[in-house]
Design a protein around this ligand. Structure first.
Ligand code: NAG
Ligand code: NAG
Ligand code: NAG
Ligand code: NAG
Ligand code: NAG
Ligand code: NAG
Ligand code: NAG
Ligand code: NAG
Ligand code: NAG
Ligand code: NAG
Ligand code: NAG
Ligand code: NAG
Length: 506
């Protein structure tokens, strides 16, 4: 299956990151991609292997970061490392069409815009067709990119903006610096800002759990005090916003006029807990659920606020679904999903999303993607982005995955614009087709002239990202056709000269 390369891989411009140890490499593609290692899978889980997981392997141990799609079997479906570090890779609907969406950092070859980061929207041909970014401040932050209704024409995005602030009330300098968290709702087509709200205007310094003397933040413009740290935005059916703030450990409901309507969690919670388990710490990804009667969140339990300081408030990170009664102002725990490999906290990132009768939890700095039965909370599927190597987890220097999302080949069909790629090595033919979601088999064709490569040599089932076919029985020229389960030819490679390896596009 996977080829785990225990070598230092050095590839041109990627040489700076050349600490990678575990990337899978292929004959027919230059991609070097982290494996998606399956740690456990119930026979009941996705028996037809139709699920597609959307992840962004990030971190110091990832040589070639970028968005990637894998199946429940661990098979790589698509990756592109041109984009560099990405976050929040998802399939979302805009204006009636499905798009693959994700944030990329500045400097990505695919961006070509200013700002710290940009949201990209890709069509099912894997072509970037739109970009989304905050407007004033332009420097967009990576934490949220959610397309919202009623018509799915607007996006919720976060931005951060360093501003001067008197921090003396919390023991910081009078002439201090503050990281102002901005949330915006933007009309995607016109870039019109429909909502603009900042933490400076609404959240007091006293709500923060970030210890200014411990983190040493706030005295220079380059190291502002990160008091609030917004990491998710959602919107309810009545037009109110819901934000998660990691450093005040609270979730806020905000009216369309900007007023904070209530706080859940943190130092000023407006809710009374009913039963156990409603507390959360350093949480991520707060979302309305079940007609705005519940909120799901990823409860990290711990935080690495600066690299040298880890604060642990709970021993285990979990995905939670809370029932939020906004009349009685009570909160209770409805569901809790525990990590499979080890019961440990997560120091940053993470997500929880629901698909059919399952819950999918991404553990962020612990790069696990785990699926559960919604009803029984039983773990059905567990995978790790990267190798199953604990020494690479929970570290800035290791492997992380901001959020884990999923779609399925029943919903999404990837049509790459480029044809299948072929390589001939030591008498074997290797074929791959990055991003093609519906290939069932490959047919090897041959002929004795470039213009007539039509004789069928063999047909083999697709086996993983790359399929190996014996070159036995081939003439001077070959090509490989990718075929769907229903027999339709989905695409055909260029023609390869078996003698000298030269390629003729036809
Ligand atoms: C196909 O191979 C060529 C040559 O190695 C490479 O430039 C290209 O990126 C490959 N395409 C894919 C989709 O892997
Ligand atoms: C990756 O995406 C970039 C930008 O859209 C594109 O130019 C490039 O061809 C893609 N590479 C592969 C291997 O698909
Ligand atoms: C958003 O609010 C901030 C703070 O008040 C302000 O500096 C910025 O100009 C506003 N942006 C827009 C697009 O209104
Ligand atoms: C909006 O997007 C959501 C999530 O992708 C989808 O369920 C819903 O049907 C979409 N609504 C419209 C009107 O496109
Ligand atoms: C903040 O950190 C300082 C230095 O580590 C410590 O002395 C102080 O007790 C901390 N304050 C709180 C409220 O935790
Ligand atoms: C803002 O909206 C909320 C909810 O609709 C309302 O209760 C409040 O009075 C409004 N505040 C102002 C200043 O208009
Ligand atoms: C709540 O937690 C406490 C302490 O762990 C335990 O004794 C109690 O039984 C729990 N209550 C419920 C309703 O689970
Ligand atoms: C785990 O990763 C470390 C590098 O961080 C490496 O030295 C070690 O060989 C790996 N162990 C396994 C079992 O892959
Ligand atoms: C939990 O995570 C911490 C931080 O990475 C690590 O030091 C510790 O070994 C982990 N504990 C377990 C039981 O895996
Ligand atoms: C193409 O090659 C096949 C045998 O591989 C042969 O039967 C056929 O006549 C050839 N067609 C042309 C137009 O040369
Ligand atoms: C055959 O399958 C492909 C891939 O799933 C699909 O795009 C195509 O519409 C199907 N054709 C027919 C005739 O069903
Ligand atoms: C294929 O390779 C052979 C051997 O090198 C060479 O004679 C022939 O010209 C090549 N054909 C093409 C179309 O390049």
């Amino acid at each position: 299956m996977y080829k785990l390369l225990l070598l230092v891989v050095v590839f041109g411009s990627l040489a700076l990151h050349a600490r990678a140890l575990f990337e899978t490499t292929y004959h027919s593609s230059p991609l070097t991609v982290q494996p998606f290692t399956i740690l456990g899978r119930s026979p009941l889980y996705d028996p037809d292997d139709t699920n597609l997981f959307l992840v962004c392997p990030n971190g110091g141990a990832v040589a070639a970061p970028g968005p990637a799609i894998y199946k429940s079997s661990g098979e790589l479906v698509w990756a592109n490392s041109t984009f560099g570090n990405c976050y929040d890779f998802n399939l979302q609907t805009f204006n009636g069409q499905d798009y693959l969406t994700f944030w990329v950092e500045a400097g990505s070859a695919a961006v070509g815009r200013m700002g710290a980061a940009t949201g990209l929207m890709m069509n099912s041909n894997y072509e970037v067709v739109m970009t989304v970014s905050a407007v004033n401040p332009e420097g967009t932050d990576l934490h949220e990119f959610k397309i919202v209704g009623p018509e799915n024409k607007t996006a919720l995005v976060t931005a951060v903006h360093t501003i001067p602030m008197d921090l003396s009330s919390i023991g910081g300098p009078v002439n201090g610096w503050y990281s102002n968290g901005v949330i915006q709702e933007i009309d995607i087509a016109t870039r019109t800002v429909l909502f603009n709200w900042t933490t400076f205007d609404h959240i007091g310094l006293g709500e923060s759990y970030n210890n200014i003397s411990q983190t040493g933040q706030g005295s220079t413009e380059g190291n502002p005090f990160d008091a609030v740290h917004i990491n998710s935005i959602d919107k309810d059916s009545e037009g109110n916003y819901l934000i998660s703030a990691r450093h005040s450990q609270a979730i806020y409901k905000i009216a369309a006029n900007g007023t904070i309507l209530w706080r859940l969690g943190g130092k000023m919670s407006d809710f009374t807990a009913v039963g156990n388990g409603t507390e959360f710490h350093w949480q991520h990804h707060a979302r309305w659920r079940m007609d705005d009667t519940h909120i799901s969140l990823f409860d990290d339990g711990a935080a690495v606020v600066i690299p040298t300081v880890i604060i642990v408030d709970e021993p285990v990170a979990t995905g939670k679904l809370l029932k939020v009664d906004q009349e009685a102002m009570t909160v209770s725990l409805t569901k809790q999903f525990f990590p499979g490999p080890t019961r440990n906290y997560t120091t940053a990132e993470g997500s929880i999303e629901f698909y059919g009768d399952t819950a999918l939890v991404g553990y962020g700095f612990l790069p696990w993607t785990e699926a559960y039965s919604f009803d029984t909370e039983e773990l059905l599927f567990s995978a790790v982005v990267g190798p199953n190597n604990a020494s690479l987890w929970n570290k800035n220097a290791g492997i992380s995955n901001y959020r884990a999302f999923q779609t399925s080949t029943l919903t999404f069909t990837g049509h790459p614009t480029r044809p299948p790629n072929v390589s001939v090595t030591d008498g074997d033919i290797y074929v791959s087709w990055n991003g093609a979601t519906h290939v069932a088999s490959y047919t090897l064709l041959t002929g004795s002239s470039v213009g007539n490569v039509s004789e069928i040599v063999t047909s083999v089932p697709k086996s993983g990202f790359e399929t190996q076919i014996s070159a036995e029985g081939t003439a001077e020229f070959i090509a490989v056709a990718a075929v769907a389960l229903n027999g339709t030819t989905l695409g055909k490679s260029a023609v390869y000269n078996m003698t000298d390896g030269s390629i003729t596009s036809v």
